[in-house]
Write a protein that binds this ligand. Sequence first.
Ligand code: SF4
Ligand SMILES: [Zn+2]
Ligand SMILES: [Zn+2]
Length: 313
Amino acid sequence: MVTGKCDRCESKAAIELLYGPHKFCKDHFTHFFEKRVKRTCRTNGLVGKGEKLLVAVSGGKDSCVALYLMHKIFGKSNELEALLIDEEIEGYRDAALNFAEENCKAWGIPFTRISFKDEFGFTMVDVMKKTGAKKRIGGTCSFCGVLRRKIMNQYAKKLGANKLVTGHNLDDETQSTLMNVCEADIQRLVRLGPITRMKKGKGFVPRIKPLWDSPEIEIIAFAHYKGVKHYEEQCCPFKWQAKRNTYRSVLNHLESQFPGTMYSILSFLKQAKPKLAGKSAKVKLNACKECGEPTSGKECAACKLIKKITDAK
Ligand code: SF4
Ligand SMILES: [Zn+2]
Ligand SMILES: [Zn+2]
């Protein structure tokens, strides 16, 4: 329950951001939120003039808000298209898909759906059954993520997109930072940030995260105040397996005890990245012998997984 007035006007406060601390009415909160996203895009050079943007949508709050803001901020100066990857997880993605498609229709954004079945000949449910991924924490999600990234990169190249936009938020980014610290994975740690800068001609379309410093709880509030329709349930039946669930609850606890912890972790990442980048081993990229996608070995992770799945009895 928020009490008192907005920091910027005489209206009753609708939301309190403890890390500030700030108290805002609805209008001043949405203004504050949009301004932060614009600043993130500008200071990190996320979007160039006239660049073609492919927004990865899932129908959930983060990607729907990212699409809404990309359309609002860059809709006049940049070409936008949305891509939904359907893992065909029954009762989950099919419900979320409608929200993504309806938003695209309402905002006049071309929408494409690519399914795992069409692309690879199997669904995530098949992956579970064939590989026994459920026995390992995070098993299904690691399969899902690798395959999804392959489709995204391939489609972005086919479309001639300059940037691939994802809805990753502050909570995601700080969870990944902590995970990489706990696993002593400097190479992955230095790849985090609002933009993945890959050398031109290496076959990667740069991925940008305009919401990388927007807390999840504020994205929910923004979607609510602005009427951005999205799928509210978090019911991917495999979600409980994600390793990051543990990191999420640890970080949520820390944030509630010490407001601003997530921003401190982001600040740590910003300071550490340039210091560590030169020290982590440089990865030489080759074209995958199966599909031509960039990889550090001879065969990309997705092609190895596809073989594993199709060979499994
Ligand atoms: S929770 Fe895991 S399995 Fe479910 S959609 Fe997300 S990455 Fe895929
Ligand atoms: Zn106000
Ligand atoms: Zn490959």
